[in-house]
Design a protein around this ligand. Structure first.
Ligand code: FES
Length: 385
């Protein structure tokens, strides 16, 4: 498909020469945006290899298959098909609308495209952590026990088909925003791939106090590696991880706006999901057509998602340390969190024990004091609830 050019730019004087050059550059990027995206992947791949990040990789065979196959599906099958369907679908709905936004200034088009794209992706991503059926398609992204550029694209094949911002590409292009779409995709991939990569460019800023103001401004706009790595943590037990937040993809503004942002300037101790049953790559990519046979797996046919709350509190001797208290009521390790809250709107409460002794911990999930029993369960026993 040929992208529209910006005739309006040519009429501007005295910046004509400069603008025409910029127009050529933009058209070049648009025409070769796929090559640019591959270039970004190769660049970060080389960085990871050159700095030895891959030499002690924890990836197993299933991880490699999930990453390579899901990346292949996205780039060569899902995205082209969704783009075609959304472009042609918009044409059917708005037959006279093709190219009507061609006269929009490039920067305006780029900003509109990226903001709508990223807003849609923020809510789709957040929903995939809050609804179980969608979580199962996003789960492969979080079973990676180490970061890396190809983690960016590890999802079930259906996850990308339903992704609203991919549909937005075809819609915006149909209305004449082809060049902003192509340039925006390149810019967005730089942020997304770098935030998943093992090449943590932001560490350079954290280590130099005089550069801290720069990163503090940057991270309030764009997603940094530390911000996104926190989202991939196994849990928030280390006070760095934020697996139930930091959902942004290109911009961090949505997380700040909707209360899901945590900035720590640190990287989690552990990546992945708690109690990972190590499902085969086929189940990760093709669930529910292919299911897992691993006992207790969310991707297995006989997986049961049921409440495990109890009326009586648990009386336990706790040692000094940090704990995660289950608030969702689905944990199989009550009263502690075992990660079962993934795919719900709940998240655990982190609490610290300073003195070893016996504690009464809530299992009815009605207590107002977080993990500690306040006898709210008596209301259940007395039939008042
Ligand atoms: S299992 Fe984590 S909050 Fe319930």
């Amino acid at each position: 498909m040929r992208f529209n050019t910006f005739v309006y730019l040519k009429s501007l004087y005295p910046f004509k020469v400069k603008i025409l050059k910029m127009e050529n550059a933009l058209t070049f990027i648009a025409d070769h945006h796929v090559a640019f995206v591959f270039g970004i992947l190769v660049f970060f791949g080389l960085m990871e290899a050159l700095f030895g990040y891959l030499s002690d990789s924890r990836r197993n065979k299933d991880d490699v298959f999930v990453e390579v196959i899901s990346t292949f599906f996205l780039l060569f099958i899902t995205k082209p098909i969704v783009f075609f369907l959304s472009f042609e679908g918009t044409k059917l709905l708005f037959p006279t609308g093709e190219g009507v936004w061609t006269g929009l200034p490039f920067w305006a088009g780029l900003i509109i495209f990226l903001l709508v794209d990223d807003f849609l992706q923020y809510w789709y991503h957040r929903s995939s952590h809050e609804y179980k059926w969608l979580w199962k398609h996003h789960r492969p992204h979080h079973t990676a026990t180490e970061m890396g550029l190809l983690v960016s694209y590890r999802e079930s094949i259906y996850f990308f088909m339903m992704m609203p911002n991919i549909w937005w590409l075809g819609i915006f292009t149909y209305f004449g925003g082809g060049i902003p779409v192509a340039v925006g995709l390149v810019l967005k991939q730089i942020v997304i791939i770098s935030s998943h990569s093992l090449a943590r460019w932001d560490v350079f800023f954290y280590k130099r106090p005089f550069l801290k103001p720069v990163i503090q401004i940057l991270e309030r706009i764009f997603i940094t590696p530390a911000f996104h790595h926190g989202h991939h943590a196994v849990s928030k037990i280390d006070a760095v991880g934020n697996p139930n937040g930091n959902f942004g993809n290109m911009f961090s503004i949505w997380d700040q706006m909707f209360g899901s942002a945590t900035f720590t300037h640190a990287f989690p101790a552990e990546y992945g999901i708690p109690n990972d049953p190590q499902d085969p790559w086929q189940a990760h990519i093709f669930y529910p057509v292919v299911t897992s046979e691993k006992p207790g797996s969310e991707l297995s046919k006989d997986f049961i998602f049921e409440k495990t709350t109890k009326t009586e509190p648990a009386i336990l001797t706790l040692k000094e340390g940090d704990y995660l208290y289950c608030t969702c009521g689905y944990s199989r390790s009550q009263p502690f969190c075992d990660g079962s809250h993934h795919g719900t709107k709940f998240q655990p409460i982190r609490f610290s024990i300073k003195k070893e002794r016996e504690y009464k911990l809530c299992r009815c999930k009605m207590c107002k004091k977080g993990p500690f029993c306040d006898d709210s369960h008596l209301k259940i026993e007395n039939g008042k609830v």
